[in-house]
Design a binder for this molecule. Structure first.
Ligand code: S3P
Length: 449
């Protein structure tokens, strides 16, 4: 089922060389944070290049429900008139975050240290995902939560009127958990400290600093220690959202596997906590060049050029996981066209994403003739070389946008077409995916067209 409406079955077919420029939308992580931090600041935050995917639109709607004024000025330009730290109003409706784990988890953090209640829900995918990882640390601040078994949504949080600052060791590599704790810490007096063993994406820390909070980051034997001084007055900002490297991954990887391709993806955010995929692809032998490297809005940015490449399978160690966690589905597609095995270890967090991504990729690749091995924390793809993947399967996407886009890219280079049961969720993060890929020469059709 699609997250909004009837399923949209889609098929992709072996494509002629992909060529041209792929202007992918704004970064999803930064877009959510722009709206939330804008809502928590004083004055008017202006955002240029906001991702207008369903996930982010749902966060915008939620910020209105908490009292911020969120305005769409067209063409990716938005403004948020904030209510200040501690200024959230109590929503009079259930907050529906759709498919978005980032949206719901960050918003739960942002409201938990105010004396208001809010009830959160989402689609079937989101309502199956673990929320105890958020409500556990929020309880340390004094917030109470009442959810379904396993801490799942729908879930109500009673924010606390008298928050205490917290020191929290994040038990799994998760930027969402880290960010929820930091956002909760904004309205607690004193210093909230978050420790992460492995560095995860650091947009929250960077953006909080940009909005005027005092955030100190230190690498110690314990891990990365982030100290936030509570109760700052956040000042509205002008934000330019870089294009999303996780979305860029699809045209880039499609170019690597479709013979004769040469694709330029301009203005991609290359924050080191997000760029793991591109380093991994280069290690596999990908012809991938960074052009015109620069800094925009405090984030490193470059134009990426990707050309069809002969690839070899490699070991992707657990240390890579955090910096490319959303890219394993498309990496496993690329791995199918490499010579030899690609072994992805330390990836068990993939099991609690929009779907169980290890299982979804394994079953779909097998349906297309690829040999897979897996265990709880590992995915191994036996590569069949350029042009060597049979295809011909229909892949279940489980309400997961990245699974849907990954299999459509697979079908661009397999011998037989590849179908997916539902492309609807692609709109959560990459609403222009179909048109953008078609513009490069990809052959994607909808069953009902
Ligand atoms: C995100 C963090 C990651 C990632 C998600 C976006 C964020 O989730 O998978 O797409 O913006 O903080 P986890 O925190 O669960 O690793």
């Amino acid at each position: 089922m699609s997250s909004h409406g009837a399923p949209i079955p889609m098929t992709s077919r072996k494509s002629d060389p992909l060529r041209g420029e792929a202007r992918v939308p704004g970064d999803k992580s930064i877009s959510h944070r722009s709206l939330i931090l804008g809502a928590l600041s004083v004055g008017e935050t202006r955002i240029n290049g906001l991702l207008e995917g369903q996930d982010v639109l749902d966060t915008g709607r939620a910020m209105r429900a908490f009292g911020a004024e969120v305005t769409d000025h067209g063409e990716g330009n938005w403004s948020v008139h904030g209510v200040g730290v501690g200024g959230f109003a109590e929503p009079d409706q259930v907050i529906d975050c759709g498919n978005s784990g980032t949206g719901v988890r960050l918003i739960m953090g942002a409201m938990a240290t105010s004396p208001i209640a809010a009830t959160f829900t989402g689609d079937a995918s989101l309502n199956g995902r673990p929320m105890g990882r958020i409500t556990d640390p929020l309880a340390l601040f004094g917030a109470q939560s009442y959810g379904r078994s396993g801490g799942r949504l729908p879930l109500t949080i009673l924010g606390t009127a008298e928050p205490v600052p917290v020191r929290y060791n994040v038990p799994m590599p998760s930027a969402q958990v880290k960010s929820a704790v930091l956002l909760a810490g904004l309205n607690a007096p004193g210093q909230t400290i978050v420790v992460e063993q492995e560095a995860t994406r650091d947009h929250t820390e960077r953006m909080l600093t940009g909005f005027g909070a005092v955030v100190d980051v230190e690498q110690t034997d314990e891990g990365r220690v982030i100290t936030l001084t509570g109760q700052p007055e956040l000042q509205a900002q002008d934000i330019v959202v870089p294009r999303d490297p996780s979305s860029a991954a699809f045209p880039v990887c499609a170019a690597l596997i479709v013979e004769g391709s040469d694709v330029l993806v301009p203005g991609i955010g290359l924050n080191p906590t997000r760029a793991g995929l591109f380093a991994t692809l280069r290690e596999m032998g990908a012809d991938l060049a960074y052009e015109n490297e620069r800094v925009e809005g405090g984030e490193p940015v470059a134009d990426l050029r990707a050309k069809f490449s002969d690839l070899k399978g490699i070991e992707v160690p657990p240390a890579c996981a955090a910096s490319m966690i959303d890219e394993y589905p498309i990496l496993s597609v690329v791995a199918a066209f490499a010579e030899g095995r690609t072994v992805m270890r330390g990836v068990k967090e993939l099991r609690v994403k929009e779907s169980d991504r290890i299982d979804a990729m394994a079953r779909g690749l097998e349906a297309c003739g690829v040999t897979i091995e897996e265990d709880e924390d590992t995915l191994i793809v036996h590569g069949m070389g350029a042009g060597g993947v049979p295809g011909g399967g229909t892949c279940a996407t489980h309400l997961d946008h990245r699974i849907a886009m990954s299999f459509l890219c697979l079908g661009m280079a397999t011998r037989k077409p590849v179908s997916i049961d539902d492309g609807g969720p692609i709109a959560t993060s990459f609403p222009i995916f179909e048109d953008l890929m078609a513009g490069l020469g990809a052959q994607i059709t909808r069953a009902n067209r």
